[in-house]
Write a protein that binds this ligand. Structure first.
Ligand code: P6P
Length: 341
């Protein structure tokens, strides 16, 4: 048996795990379990299409004309539509938001509305598809806060601290579904032969400190000096171990964060002279990852404020991000905020 699986967890599917957790909350209506089932279905569909991406050139699935002369969706648009179609009809969600869509996405009037607000990056790292590097889907779940007949933008612009759940799918050597609902972080691995996600990483805990840092050093010329000094410090052999931190950078947030979550260390996308707020989006990239990091015992900061405390002003706003092991993030914040040189 897989050593990461406690005897009582052996063979648990995502569905059974969420259902068992739901039983711990008598007031639970089952809506949450159904929401996760739809998210898992969308993930399986996207995983299946992504696994064929390598054949895109042959089958014409490159977002251009295919052999039948039809315009085939690019994978990120396919992922976006898959998530919307899997989630809009179930009656658990009242409003959605996507990196691919400028405005909040209403639920068609023919479907019932539920109490959840779902925001997502449907295909994070899509530029890595054609070089067969891991990509992912990131999601964030809030409860509706607006009154009245129709939900509103205010339901999306909630601080990360109020998230009910958050997670991601990573489409890599295996497809994994990693999530938190506020009681720890749990990882499930897809067994494509049966089409089920099985519990493979229960109660993931971030080490207090890691051995790697993950940042795009190609941006050094536009970093502010404290950021340059922090990265240079990481590369200086440690006085006790004599070893510097190792550099790891995939270029897909989901993949870089997943490695950091499991092994420890720090991932950063700092602000720079060109982008005062960095590159990553708050609502459907930084905030869900920050909930996962904190739930796993780690931390996530803009460099001056905890990510989960940032009050969103715009749907697609960006934030600088330092995330990972608590001690590594604390070191980063102390140095990039100028409070420690
Ligand atoms: P850069 C992918 O395009 C993405 O949005 C994240 O997944 C990733 O962390 C980041 O951008 C990489 O950006 O500038 O290093 O290529």
């Amino acid at each position: 048996m897989d050593p990461t699986q406690k005897p009582e967890h052996h063979g648990w599917t995502l569905e059974r795990f969420v259902l068992e957790r739901q039983r711990e909350f008598p007031s639970a209506t089952g809506e949450f379990t159904q929401l996760f089932q739809q998210l898992a279905l969308a993930g399986k569909i996207v995983a299946s299409r992504v696994s064929q991406a390598g054949l895109a050139g042959l089958l014409g699935h490159t977002g251009k004309m295919n052999v039948q002369g039809e315009t085939v969706q690019k994978l990120d648009e396919f992922a976006n539509q898959t998530l919307i179609h899997c989630l809009e009809a179930g009656g658990q969600v009242c409003l959605m938001a996507s990196e691919e869509v400028d405005d909040p996405i209403p639920i068609p009037t023919r479907f019932p509305k539920g109490r959840y607000v779902l925001m997502f990056d449907p295909l994070d790292g899509s530029t890595n598809i054609d070089v067969n590097i891991s990509i992912g889907t990131i999601f964030s779940v809030h409860g509706r806060v607006s009154e009245g007949a129709e939900p509103s933008l205010a339901d999306c612009l909630q601080p990360g601290r109020t998230q009910i759940a958050a997670g991601y799918l990573v489409y890599g050597p295996s497809c994994m579904f990693v999530f938190t609902a506020g009681d720890g972080v749990h990882g499930f691995t897809l067994d494509p032969s049966v089409g089920e996600f099985f519990l493979s990483h229960p109660d993931i805990q971030l080490p207090a400190r890691g051995k790697t840092y993950s940042v795009n050093e190609g941006n050094e010329a536009v970093w502010e000096q404290p950021v340059r000094d922090w990265v240079r410090w990481l590369k200086t052999p440690d006085k006790t171990t004599g070893k510097p931190y190792g550099g790891r950078y995939v270029g897909t947030l989901v993949a870089d964060f997943h490695r950091t979550l499991l092994k420890g260390g720090v991932f950063a996308y700092p602000a720079d002279k060109k982008n005062q707020n960095g590159k990553l989006r708050l609502l459907y990239e930084a905030a869900p990852m920050a909930m996962l990091a904190e739930q796993a015992g780690g931390a996530a900061s803009t460099g001056t404020q905890a990510i989960l405390d940032v009050v969103p002003q715009h749907l697609h706003q960006r934030v600088p991000l330092y995330i990972g092991s608590k001690e590594d993030v604390a070191d980063a914040v102390a140095r990039v905020s100028g409070s420690k040189s």
